[in-house]
Design a protein around this ligand. Sequence first.
Ligand SMILES: Nc1nc2c(ncn2[C@@H]2O[C@H](COP(=O)(O)OP(=O)(O)OP(=O)(O)O)[C@@H](O)[C@H]2O)c(=O)[nH]1
Length: 357
Amino acid sequence: MSTGKKEPSPPVETLPQAEGTTASPRSVEPAQSQDALDAMLAQAIASRGAAVPADDSASSLPPVGEQRCGLIAIVGKPNVGKSTLLNALVGQKVSITSRKAQTTRHRITGMRTRAATQFVFVDTPGFQTRHGNALNRSLNRTVVGAVNDVDLIVFVVEAGQFNLADAKVLALLPEKTPAILLANKFDLIHRRAEIAPWLRAMQERHNFSEFVPMSANNAKDVERLFGICEKYLPVQPWMYGADELTDRSDRFMAAEIIREKLFRLTGDELPYTSTVVIEKYEEEGNLRRIAATIIVERDGHKGMIIGEKGEKLKRIGTEARHELETLTGGKVFLEIWVKVRSGWADDEARVKTFGYE
Ligand SMILES: Nc1nc2c(ncn2[C@@H]2O[C@H](COP(=O)(O)OP(=O)(O)OP(=O)(O)O)[C@@H](O)[C@H]2O)c(=O)[nH]1
């Protein structure tokens, strides 16, 4: 994990690193033999540079009897790349990302409609195993809720690794739902030969339907993932319009974008227990007037966010405003305040007031 926050020292299987290139995903049915795994890896590497099928967004509505639609939950421990994957699949940022763990705190739905198929992806917070506070209990409830009643689960791990935090998420997966093992950050794996034993070990951990080594930040890999997921989605009418990308409002996105800038522009010394509340969101034609409060737990944290002569807070505001202007296609006036609410993350009522499940 790239975060400074360490998981409890679990047994980690890590592959040594050397020179390498990006591979494309190829899924495999869970194979029993070394040969099958080797063949899959060879295929993944050979398919580098293969043509990407054109995005075939639905321009005319297919008849209801031909529409395919299903829910796909994206789950995994913190920081494995779930939100990066969701954004790549949707083709637009709908879930914020940062190198800090616990960036995603809500169930975020992102849709993509291609030809007759509507993919409804559900991004989830990374399952928390470290602190048992009210905030983390809420995040974990969100994960548990999301893995039930979906058509497919995409279980994301970092390729070549599996530790206690991964195992805790894996234990939540219902046996009845098909699950794909997505070995992400494959670009960081340089000795590919050594991934085969890891994949074999993963086969024994769960009855995965397929194994997909890939990189969420590689467009060709993401493209192929659609084909892999499609066959698990039932023939049924679409749930959303063909052009819809998320079920979240612009107001919600405003809070998330500010929190993303906060997470990205502050160092690891700022505890993860800070959140953003939108106090005002007004639309006047093409103009949005937004007032937001960043909530922190201690006075000392407030100083970290405001920075010397207010520089840090100013930068958070400027970067958030630019992104909100791109998102809304209009002008944005953004005011941000910082307030201390000590102990909020351990107070169930406050956690709810601040918009968590
Ligand atoms: N090298 C590499 N980095 C990646 C890849 N996918 C994601 N990342 C990086 O991994 C970090 C975490 O990504 P996120 O998408 O925020 O991870 P997450 O699983 O949603 O994290 P939580 O919100 O904590 O649950 C970011 O710095 C990403 O840029 C990948 O395929 N390769």
